[in-house]
Design a protein around this ligand. Structure first.
Ligand code: ATP
Ligand code: RIB
Length: 301
């Protein structure tokens, strides 16, 4: 089994659940608030660790209570957090998440995540490792890390979320690109919606230029595009509580299987089942499933 290294964000998620989302200018007073660990990077690291991978996390937090808490969460999950730097005078990333009617809307304040620079990276890629990044930390740092990963013979997974401008040459350093349908439309300019055909989604995926692209489609499942063809996997049946972190669960679970040398399509089937478990609990990091939960989901499919 090789290691998974996640370079990315750590956030304290301030989750407010309401019966419906307020309109602009409207106040709703029946909210229930929860402070839960999140950030796409940290969520993906925890997902991979819970599913049995040896995981290291690289990133930045502020020298504050949220930062200390988030590093503690990683340690408790057996993720090596020695590559997460606490930055004096900066704030830890925060995401305000409105959950209503089974869906979410997120407003992020990046804080220290936006300052995670190449100089702060304490780890060098090794052959066979799986390196994972998203777009909540600077693209320049990810590009530098992926260039080193490629040179060392490590594999790279880029979750293009949330969408930010990125140089076309970045995709040449990516082995597997993962994004949802909104991000796919943003990245390629293709007119993709939740209802687009598999053929249209696959065509947009090919435009991205990575050898393998996986489009996640929420309750519709996912589409995997490889040089060998297109595979569409339906989502598993799930009792949706909160979909926040489902995409992160998919990414982390996929990385954990690839690190165990499982072939791509089998790894994606496993990650699809894992992600369906993640929608059944509130929050992002806390909703990452155990191997037993994923096995049960696959057995009952
Ligand atoms: P987020 O940003 O909230 O983490 P995302 O938009 O990146 O999520 P989605 O495409 O919504 O990611 O979901 C990722 C995967 O999670 C899906 O491909 C699917 O495997 C699983 N999933 C999501 N929603 C559901 C659902 N309602 N039922 C079953 N599985 C789901
Ligand atoms: O993907 C879910 C994550 O996005 C949340 O945990 C939140 O922190 C935002 O970064």
């Amino acid at each position: 089994m090789s290691s998974v290294v996640v370079s990315g964000s750590l956030n304290m998620d301030v989750i407010v659940q309401t019966a419906r989302r307020p309109q602009a200018g409207e106040t709703i007073l029946d909210g229930k608030v929860s402070f839960l660990p999140g950030g796409k990077g940290s969520n993906q690291a925890v997902a991979a660790a819970r599913l049995g991978a040896r995981v290291s996390m690289l990133g930045a937090v502020g020298e504050d209570v949220f930062g200390e808490t988030l590093r503690g969460v990683l340690k408790a999950e057996r993720v090596d957090a020695s590559g997460v730097k606490a930055m004096r005078g900066e704030t830890t990333g925060v995401a305000v998440i409105q959950v209503a009617q089974g869906d979410n809307a997120i407003t992020g304040a990046a804080g220290a995540n936006a300052l995670f620079s190449p100089k702060m990276v304490v780890r060098t890629p090794r052959r066979g490792e799986i390196w994972v990044a998203q777009f909540e930390t600077p693209v320049a740092t990810t590009a530098m890390l992926f260039a080193k990963a490629r040179a060392a013979g490590a594999r790279t997974i880029l979750n293009l979320a949330p969408m930010v401008p990125f140089p076309a040459r970045l995709m040449k350093l990516v082995d597997i690109a993962i994004l949802n349908e909104i991000e796919l439309a943003q990245a390629t300019g293709a007119k993709i919606t939740a209802k687009s055909s598999v053929a249209a989604i696959a065509a947009a995926c090919r435009k991205l230029g990575a050898p393998v692209t996986i489009a996640t489609l929420g309750g519709r499942g996912l589409v995997i595009v490889t040089p060998d063809g297109v595979t569409a996997l339906p989502a598993h049946k799930a009792k949706v509580v909160d979909t926040t972190g489902a995409g992160d669960c998919f990414v982390g679970a996929l990385a954990s299987r690839l690190a165990a040398n499982i072939p791509l399509l089998e790894a994606a089937r496993y990650a699809n089942a894992a992600a369906s478990c993640a929608v059944e609990r509130l929050g992002a990091t806390p909703s990452m499933p155990s191997p037993r939960q994923v096995a049960a989901r696959l057995r009952n499919a």
